[in-house]
Every structure is written in structure tokens, then in C-alpha cells.
Design a binder for this molecule. Structure first.
Ligand code: TRH
Length: 388
């Protein structure tokens, strides 16, 4: 059902700092606002090349293009002369709006509703800060802080309508998985193998883990989208550089390196695997929606704030789960993020895989009970417009 809020015009600004999370999140949100809430969205992106990795239909060379109903603009220092602000302006992850755009916002008879989309965290303090306002020191325009989170008093998480139902229906028929993996060019997989996807930053622990997998007894098929972990895998297996399309066999371990895909294909990869290693913010959320046990390689922060975030998430995620299952999940997430002592933690985790799978399947429904992020965003905007 489309939202009752009228079709507003949106300007979403995305500054790609590094990696794919910034554009991954904003593109997903832009699509959902357009497709499910009938909003008119302009997405300003300063790095179209990164964008085109996860959305190959995007041309890195066009100043302006339309894709899936969204107007995509290459955000450069020069703003187009007709860049008049829409009804809602959203800057993702605290990116700085261009000064001429801010001036144009201040000149509007009714200034746009201005939001800052923050990083996702399970920490409790965000409940107090979600929705808080801060007037711009020079122009006085109100800017609201919108915090994605895991509770009813936060902005929720990005999830397309019916995505969980869609995933579960797809997962019910094993043919879907087999056909999907074949479509990636993979040979038929060993039916007894544990299938693992591996998307991670550099991690020195991977060699030890791969050698453990190779030593058996359980066959493991590891599917690795090309990226930063590949050099550590190659070193761990004492072989030359790896690239998309490469396959390797070492004892009980079969390794396939996959090309970096579009977001929908990556979702299907997560739905297909028994265990998913993910990283950052967006793949971390997609793995939760996939309903499979996961290990999170959290984006490391200089002040070590990521450890607090990791523990806050694990505590929330594991509420009500048996202590030994909690311990298994915590131990592996810690070992992976410390890049050490991975084998005992993996053994502990895999011994509790069935319990973790049951929990992972149930988790998303509770998470989405108060509505997904786009729905909460629309509610927030409707309330602020009513107040004005
Ligand atoms: O790329 P990331 O490490 O991004 C990070 C985080 O978002 C972090 O919070 C942020 O501060 C930092 O960047 C700057 O991880 P993330 O968030 O999982 O983003 C990856 C995106 O790429 C996600 O949208 C899924 C998508 N993807 C594909 O579309 N195809 C693929 O094959 C793979 C592996 C990922």
C-alpha cells in the first residue's frame, strides 16, 4: 500500500568516503522511497564509479541520468543552475551540503525539511538523539537527526516491503539456490558442503581458518566476492593473486571467487549460504534479513568505538538466546574482528549453527515490527509537516 504522504520531492546527498556502504545505503533508500512510497527522488553522488560497481546500469560519466525512476546527479563542485531544493533534503552520514545549495534552501519560502541520516548502531543512547533538531548556525534552517536502529524509538532499519517473506519463500525451494549458483557460473556444489559467503576487510585470521576448513572433516565451499580480503586468502593458501572467476581446491575446502555483483544478486548470495561473513553497515543488515547465522566484520574506527558498537549489537541480537549459543556468536565475532584465535571460536560457533539458524530466521520479524526505516521516515516527515 503506498503511503498517504503526498509525492514529495527529495534531494539525497551521498559523499562516498570509501568502500560501498555510503552509496549502498543511499541507493537502497532512494529506490524504496520512490518505489514503495511514490516519492520523487534526486540522488546526488560524488563517486559514480563506486556506484556503478553495485549498480552496473549507472554510467560513471554522465552528469545526470535516470535509473529505476530516480534522477541520479553527479555531485561535483559546480551545481547545476536549476538545482532548486526539493521538499525534503537528506544528507547521508553527515556529509556537508554544498554552500550554494544551502543558500538556495534558506531562500525558499518554505525551507525544505532537512534530515541527516546517521550511521546504524544498536547503542541505547541513540534513542535520546533520534529526531533531535539542530538549527544551522548561519541560515537557521532546522536539521533533524535520523538514527537507524534496532528499537521502536529509533529510525529502524532499511528493508524493502515483503523482503523477508520473499527471502523465506525463495529459500524454501533448494532449486532456487542451485539455479542461482549455476547462474553465477559455479559448478554443482557438494550437497554435503557447508556453504559460506565471505565479504570482509583485510583479515590476517583468514589463512588459519582456510587451512582449518581444508583439513576437514566437513567439506566447506567458500564463495568470496572480489574485494579486500583476497590477498589474505591467497597468502593463507600460499598461492598467487586471486581474481573474480578463480577457483581453488585445498583438501575439504573449495573456494570460488565471484565478481562483485549488483545488490539484488548479492542478496541472493546471502540467502543461499549457510553462514555469511559480512562487513560495514549494509551487508550486515542484509545478512540479518537473509535469516542465516552471520559474522560481522565491523568497519574499524580509530578511537575503537566499533568495539562498543559490536558488543551493543551482539547483546541486542542475542537477547533470550541460550547462554552457550550467545557465547558461540560472541566468541567468533570477537576473534574475527581481532583477527586472531579463529579456529577455536569457529568450532564453537559451528557447533551451535542449528540454534543460531533458528534464531536468525526469527530475528527480522521482531526487528521490523515497528516498520522499516523508509516507513518511519515517511511518518516522521508527515508529523513535521503537520507541525509546521
Ligand atoms: O563497503 P562497506 O565496507 O561499507 C562501509 C560501511 O558502510 C561503513 O559503515 C562505512 O562507514 C564505510 O563503508 C565508509 O560495507 P557495506 O556497508 O556492507 O557495503 C557494501 C555494499 O555493497 C552493500 O550495499 C552490498 C553491496 N554489495 C553488492 O552490491 N555486491 C557485492 O557483490 C557485494 C559483496 C556487496
Amino acid at each position: 500500500m503506498p503511503s498517504t504522504t503526498p509525492a514529495l520531492s527529495w534531494d539525497i546527498f551521498c559523499n562516498v568516503i570509501d568502500n560501498y556502504g555510503d552509496i549502498g545505503v543511499t541507493w537502497r533508500l532512494a529506490r524504496q522511497l520512490c518505489q514503495e512510497h511514490g516519492q520523487r527522488v534526486r540522488l546526488w553522488v560524488d563517486d559514480l564509479r563506486s556506484f556503478s560497481r553495485l549498480c552496473p546500469d549507472i554510467s560513471p560519466n554522465l552528469a545526470r541520468q535516470d535509473h529505476r525512476g530516480i534522477e541520479v546527479l553527479h555531485w561535483t563542485t559546480e551545481l547545476p543552475a536549476d538545482a532548486l531544493p526539493g521538499d525534503v533534503v537528506l544528507d547521508a552520514f553527515g556529509c556537508t551540503l554544498p554552500e550554494p545549495f544551502l543558500t538556495a534552501m534558506a531562500r525558499c519560502r518554505r525551507p525544505p525539511l532537512w534530515l541527516n541520516l546517521e550511521y546504524l548502531t544498536a547503542e541505547e543512547w541513540i534513542e535520546c538523539c533520534h529526531g533531535m533538531v539542530s538549527p544551522h548556525p548561519k541560515y537557521g534552517i532546522n536539521r533533524y537527526f535520523f538514527f537507524p536502529g534496532f528499537t521502536a524509538r529509533t529510525g529502524g532499519i532499511i528493508a524493502e516491503r515483503d523482503i523477508v517473506t520473499q527471502a523465506r519463500q525463495w529459500q524454501q525451494d533448494p532449486n532456487n539456490r542451485d539455479l542461482f549458483l549455476q547462474s553465477l557460473g559455479l559448478p554443482p556444489l557438494d550437497p554435503d558442503a557447508l556453504i559460506v559467503s565471505l565479504f570482509a576487510y583485510e583479515n590476517a585470521a583468514i589463512g588459519e581458518l582456510m587451512r582449518f576448513w581444508a583439513s576437514g572433516p566437513q567439506p566447506v565451499t567458500c564463495l568470496v566476492p572480489e574485494g579486500r580480503i583476497l590477498s589474505d586468502i591467497a597468502a593463507g593458501l600460499a598461492r598467487g593473486p586471486l581474481a573474480a572467476g578463480d577457483h581453488a581446491q585445498a583438501g575439504a575446502l573449495t573456494l570460488h571467487v565471484l565478481p562483485f555483483s549488483d545488490q539484488d544478486t548479492y542478496d541472493r548470495l546471502l540467502w543461499s549460504c549457510d553462514v555469511n561473513f559480512v562487513r560495514g553497515e549494509d551487508s550486515f543488515m542484509r545478512a540479518q534479513l537473509a535469516g542465516k547465522p552471520m559474522i560481522w566484520h565491523i568497519y574499524p574506527q580509530e578511537d575503537a568505538a566499533h568495539w562498543v558498537k559490536l558488543d551493543a549489537f551482539c547483546t541486542r541480537y542475542l537477547q533470550g538466546v541460550a547462554p552457550e549459543v550467545q557465547q558461540a556468536m560472541l566468541a567468533l565475532n570477537h576473534a574475527w574482528n581481532h583477527c586472531q584465535a579463529i579456529v577455536p571460536a569457529w568450532r564453537q560457533f559451528i557447533a551451535k549453527r542449528l540454534e543460531l539458524t533458528v534464531h536468525a530466521t526469527e530475528w527480522p520479524r521482531a526487528l521490523l515490527a515497528g516498520g522499516d526505516l523508509a516507513t518511519r521516515l515517511m511518518r516522521f516527515i508527515a508529523a513535521k509537516r503537520d507541525e509546521a
